[in-house]
Design a protein around this ligand. Structure first.
Ligand code: NI
Ligand code: MN
Length: 217
């Protein structure tokens, strides 16, 4: 399978199913491709309801008949109900299976309009991917590989201001021990300026992807 970084915190997992995490495309100044070029999506995972994570989720779900997976309060919100899309609501600590993909919801230290902010561990095609969502560093991150197994990839914010900066992301990367760490959530807006080379210097498994770039897992 391939992981394609679409800019900001948006990641596309293209394997036996096509999964998008935190779709922010139309109004994303760093979007890699236009909305209409997004391939047909099966599953949409949203970590919280800030615009830079959720803004294209309903449009994509409506376009493709994709299933939205989010915290209970987002999945049952009036805007989701009105859109008549399929939504799976779950919560931190839970795991659900959908279309042969295992999706676990993890803690995130951040804020959210509806429900709690979360991260995801996605297991599919024999690979395990962690997307932390927007979060500060928290030391219980070290439990994530203990609970779910070794991580092939961790996507971690480094832009600071709204969550982890490089210093915290280095602690997170060390706790998680992921084979590959991909920095996200930086340089989209002036407030989250960061140099991903600083992460690469401190964590050898760092892979810096420009929006639109991909890695094979
Ligand atoms: Ni946020
Ligand atoms: Mn954000």
């Amino acid at each position: 399978m391939e992981l394609i970084f679409l800019g900001h915190a948006t990641a596309l997992l293209a394997g036996s199913k096509t999964i998008i995490i935190d779709p922010f495309i139309k109004n994303n100044p760093k979007a890699a491709i236009p909305f209409d070029s997004i391939p047909k999506i099966d599953l949409i995972l949203v970590t919280h309801d800030h615009f830079d994570h959720i803004s294209d989720a309903i449009a994509l779900a409506s376009r493709d008949g994709a299933t939205l997976v989010a915290v209970h309060e987002i999945a049952t919100s009036p805007v989701v109900a009105e859109a008549k899309i399929e939504a799976v609501g779950m919560n931190i600590g839970g795991t659900c299976q959908k279309d042969g993909v295992s999706i676990s919801m993890t803690n995130a230290v951040h804020s959210s309009g509806a429900g709690s902010p979360v991260g995801f561990v996605v297991s599919t095609d024999g690979k395990r991917i962690y997307h932390s969502g927007d979060t500060a560093y928290f030391s219980d991150m070290k439990l994530i590989p203990k609970l779910f197994g070794p991580l092939d990839v961790a996507l971690l914010p480094i832009g600071g201001h709204y969550g982890m900066d490089v210093k915290q992301a280095l602690l997170a990367a060390s706790d998680l021990g992921a084979r590959t760490v991909i920095p996200i959530h930086y340089n989209t807006f002036p407030a989250i300026a960061a140099d991903p080379a600083d992460l690469a210097k401190g964590y050898p498994g760092t892979v810096v992807l420009q929006p639109g770039e991909r890695i094979s897992l």
